[in-house]
Design a binder for this molecule. Structure first.
Ligand code: CP
Length: 310
């Protein structure tokens, strides 16, 4: 059982809770591999996807996860909503709740928005990415994929490479992997690997070739071009030259190392197509696993919601 009816960040979860989500997701992965991919478990519940930032994978897989659990699901379209007339975030969330939402899946450019919503609504709030803070379901599907490929996360050497400073994916993964006993190292330019992050118990490397040696998992991050200030790295070409993952560089990692990327990818900037589409890439499997993991999250939060009502 999860302690909270909200999923706001991995920081708040215990290792037992993370393992419960991953184990539950394994069962749901079996379900969605069948011919009939649906279970009636959450019939009568309503999930609203409230995305203030663009998304392909997260929004679509929350929609599919909800449908596979037989909930009603509404994809709220911010650009065609009364948000453009100035309706506030809280009024929008309260309106969505008044329309019957049991779960609000929120993505927003400001860190902390899911936490604010959770203090204002009775519905369960699920963080689908808040600013540069956390993206918990991405880390959970990444952990699920690593566990599937490597058997266990404990003792794995995981390199997270690239734009750590702007990455909510990196932060959620660091929390998740450390709680599950992995060794985490961060690789990237000094301007994108902030010193303060070392407090989370990770090693840092500015040299990609040195950092890749001995790793079991190479997790590449998207250079968040939309969030860059000026001068954090000289140019995309220069970035690729020093921190882009090529077939030659991948050879420095362990022979059976897998390559991950949360997507969307900047091909030719942080990763070459030969690696992204190569045999060690599990990037599309991450996407597929997102459905089972998000089913598990919604299902377990429903249990916590019911418990909170008693
Ligand atoms: N990984 C991820 O969050 O992708 P989207 O932005 O497409 O949802």
């Amino acid at each position: 059982m999860l302690k909270s009816k909200h999923l706001l960040g991995i920081k708040d979860l215990s290792a037992d809770e993370i393992n419960l989500i991953l184990d539950t997701a394994s069962g749901f992965k079996d379900v969605i591999s069948r011919d009939i991919k649906k279970v009636p478990t959450l019939r009568g519940r309503t999930v609203v996807n409230l995305f203030y930032e663009p998304s392909t994978r997260t929004r679509t897989s929350f929609e599919l996860a909800s449908k596979r659990l037989s909930t009603d699901v509404v994809n709220f379209s911010v650009p065609t909503s009364s948000v453009v007339k100035g309706e506030t975030l809280i009024d929008t969330a309260l309106t969505v709740q008044a329309l019957g939402a049991d779960f609000i899946v929120i993505r927003h450019s400001s860190s902390g928005v899911p936490h604010l919503l959770a203090s204002k609504v009775d519905a369960s709030v699920i963080n689908a990415g808040d600013g540069t803070n956390e993206h918990p379901t991405q880390a959970l599907l990444d952990a699920f994929t690593m566990r599937e490929k490597k058997g266990s996360i404990e003792g794995l050497n995981v390199a997270i490479v690239g734009d750590i400073a702007h990455s909510r994916v990196a932060k959620s993964n660091i929390y998740c992997l450390k709680k599950l006993g992995a060794k985490v190292r961060l690789i990237g330019p000094p301007t994108l690997v902030p010193d303060v992050i070392k407090q989370l118990g990770v090693d840092t490397y500015y040299d990609m070739n040195a950092g890749l040696k001995g790793v079991d998992v190479v997790m590449m991050l998207r250079i968040q071009l939309e969030r860059q200030g000026v001068g954090l790295f000289p140019s995309k070409d220069e970035y690729f030259k020093h921190w882009g993952l090529t077939t030659e560089r991948l050879a420095l990692a362990n022979d059976d190392a897998i390559v991950m990327h949360p997507g969307p990818m900047n091909r030719g900037v942080e990763i070459t197509s030969s690696v992204a589409d190569g045999e060690r890439s599990v990037i599309l499997e991450q996407v597929t696993n997102g459905i089972a993991v998000r089913m598990a999250v919604i299902y377990l939060l429903e249990g916590a919601r019911q418990e909170a009502k008693q």
